[in-house]
Design a binder for this molecule. Structure first.
Ligand SMILES: Nc1ncnc2c1ncn2[C@@H]1O[C@H](COP(=O)(O)OP(=O)(O)O)[C@@H](O)[C@H]1O
Ligand SMILES: [Mg+2]
Length: 277
């Protein structure tokens, strides 16, 4: 392991869902979707509004938490470990039953949809952990990503390879053999295979060196500027603020600060608490 790996490599392991033996809060494939309804006038493209909820019968992790992303924007969630960033992402993706609040996408209330139907509704989600199939080839991972499609996926796959040339060269290798940064590229590529309307990334730069992190950020910015809104969790708050059109600081499952990246960087309390000065 390189120095960079040991500095960044364990971040994902702090996600309690890795060590949770009961599998609570994971996708229950058997859960049927309920009906969708209309959104609210003036809604952002994607919004999880006033979300409260937790895992199984456990206590609420999210407390009235609101996260949104507009078309053409990058919205970033930052906050300390255990703040509920991943839980908020899972709630928006439908992996958690909300006790309160709603999720609306593109003018539609999708609170009752299961994750699979949210993918069909246009969400692409890259979870923090277990986001690739290590024993499958890069190409097979991308094919799995396209599971909801029955049309020709080759063009989308070539687009993913254009975006991530390093993994294109390794398309027939087992994804688990790739470097941390390349695995994350495979994971993002997998989510892009459904041609989502919004991309949700939970710590896409976890476990990669600073140089690879910059490259990944560049690619993510390119995706967003190409018209696909991006909602991401990022551990590196400074970097996150630099690229965020909108930033959310979560503390103990609640919104602590919200603003543009610039606004939050100019906020003394945010700087002191989250940006190291
Ligand atoms: N699958 C799970 N089952 C039960 N509790 C969980 C699970 N995943 C996370 N938690 C708990 O939820 C809280 C928030 O965790 P998480 O959303 O992973 O935080 P973050 O992503 O901000 O580091 C923590 O107290 C964590 O222990
Ligand atoms: Mg997390």
């Amino acid at each position: 392991m390189s120095d960079a790996d040991s500095t960044f490599g364990n971040r994902g392991n702090r996600d309690a869902s890795v060590v949770n033996p009961h599998g609570r809060g994971t996708i229950d494939g058997s859960r049927k979707s309920g009906p969708t309804g209309p959104g609210k006038a003036g809604d952002p493209f994607l919004i999880g509004e006033n979300m409260s909820g937790g895992y199984g019968r456990g206590p609420d992790i999210l407390h009235d938490c609101t996260i949104a992303v507009e078309k053409g924007e990058i919205a970033v969630i930052v906050g300390p470990n255990g703040a509920g960033k991943s839980t908020a992402m899972k709630a928006i993706f439908g992996m958690l039953d909300l006790r309160k609040g709603s999720v609306r996408l593109d003018g539609r209330d999708i609170t009752a949809l299961n994750p699979q139907d949210r993918v069909k509704a246009g969400m692409g989600f890259v979870p923090q952990v277990n986001n690739i199939f290590p024993s499958m080839t890069v190409e097979e991972n991308l094919e799995m990503g396209a599971f909801i499609r029955s049309d020709d996926i080759r063009e989308t796959m070539e687009q993913v390879f254009e975006l991530f040339p390093a993994v294109a060269e390794k398309r027939r290798q087992a994804a688990g053999e790739l470097s941390g940064g390349q695995r994350q590229q495979v994971a993002v590529g997998r989510a892009l295979m459904t041609r989502p309307d919004v991309l949700m990334l939970d710590e896409p730069t976890a476990g990669v060196s600073p140089i690879v992190m910059d490259e990944l950020f560049d690619r993510i910015i390119a995706i967003a500027r190409g018209g696909m809104p991006v909602l991401m969790v990022e551990q590196n708050a400074q970097q996150a603020m630099n690229i965020a059109d909108k930033a959310y600081v979560l503390v103990q499952g609640a919104n602590a600060h919200t603003g543009t990246g610039q606004e939050l960087m100019a906020n003394d309390e945010v700087r002191r608490t989250f940006l190291g000065g």
